[in-house]
Design a protein around this ligand. Structure first.
Ligand SMILES: Nc1ncnc2c1ncn2[C@@H]1O[C@H](COP(=O)(O)OP(=O)(O)OP(=O)(O)O)[C@@H](O)[C@H]1O
Ligand SMILES: [Mg+2]
Length: 245
């Protein structure tokens, strides 16, 4: 795969006591691609994503995001980088006491100037909601939304900052097949419309097949296998096969 590297994870180690979650994990995310990280529950997928956004500090290893080694950044520089790296939590993490509109305005408070907000914020909220097909929910509360709609609002809140990279932690888990399919289609739409690069954590085969340009398999703390979805499904390695049966 060619193109510029937007995230490079090298020789990453992370343990919690005796639980050695990541052991010499390596990964590269290239410009414009959707990379799925596949691994069973508890294998360290969320830990990996949290290391990338600096919520968890690794024990060892290097993480370079958009050309910057994140361990060397101060708080201001990290804040700045966060605007370029959107993150969809496994739980949607919407603010329950705020309307959809207020939820979307929230990230702009930190990342946009007052002047820019006064001029463009409302328009940006509408555009982001239209991107996810939910313009009509502007004044609704999160409690009035279905699980799939919450996911889409959470995605809109990420999109409003026009990130270069989006990290999705199990975007379709807990959703019915039709809603899952809609979310997968949205992920691909966003990739094409905004030329974002994404890491998608998932074990939903239909989501993986639909969204992945490339799949990395996380097993025993390492990148065990890597390839296209089709390549991996054709593998006769039993450790790989178990994911596809
Ligand atoms: N803050 C923490 N403190 C202690 N242990 C943790 C912490 N965060 C994660 N772990 C442990 O690290 C391991 C990997 O957790 P992680 O949440 O990354 O799994 P996962 O691959 O995302 O699983 P799932 O598919 O269920 O979301 C688990 O054994 C978990 O208990
Ligand atoms: Mg997880």
């Amino acid at each position: 795969m060619g193109g510029e590297v937007v995230i490079e994870v090298s020789d990453l180690y992370k343990s919690f006591g005796d639980n050695h979650v990541l052991k010499n994990f390596n990964l590269r995310l290239y410009e414009g691609e959707n990379l799925v990280v596949l691994g069973k529950s508890g294998s360290g997928k969320s830990v990996l994503i949290k290391c990338i956004i600096n919520l968890i500090r690794p024990d060892k290893g290097q993480i370079v995001v958009l050309g910057q080694d994140i361990s060397l950044l101060d708080q201001d520089e990290l804040d700045h980088l966060r605007a370029d790296v959107g993150f969809l939590f496994q739980s949607n993490a919407l603010y329950d006491s705020m309307t959809v509109r207020q939820n979307l305005l929230f990230p702009l408070r930190r990342h946009w100037t007052r002047k820019r907000r006064d001029e463009y914020a409302e328009q940006a909220v509408m555009e982001a909601l239209e991107d996810v097909g939910l313009a009509h929910t502007l004044h609704m509360m999160p409690s009035e939304l279905s699980g799939g709609m919450k996911k889409r609002v959470a995605l809109a809140r990420t999109l409003i900052l026009r990130p270069k990279v989006i990290l999705y932690d199990e975007p379709t888990t807990g959703l019915d097949p039709i809603t899952s399919r809609e979310i997968s289609e949205l992920i691909v739409k966003v990739q094409h419309k905004y030329q974002t690069a994404s890491i998608i954590i998932s074990h939903d085969l239909s989501c993986i097949r639909h969204t992945a340009n490339r799949v990395v398999m996380l097993l025993e703390g390492r990148c065990y296998a890597e390839g296209t979805y089709e390549n991996l499904t054709r593998s006769d390695d039993p450790k790989i096969r178990t994911f596809f049966e």
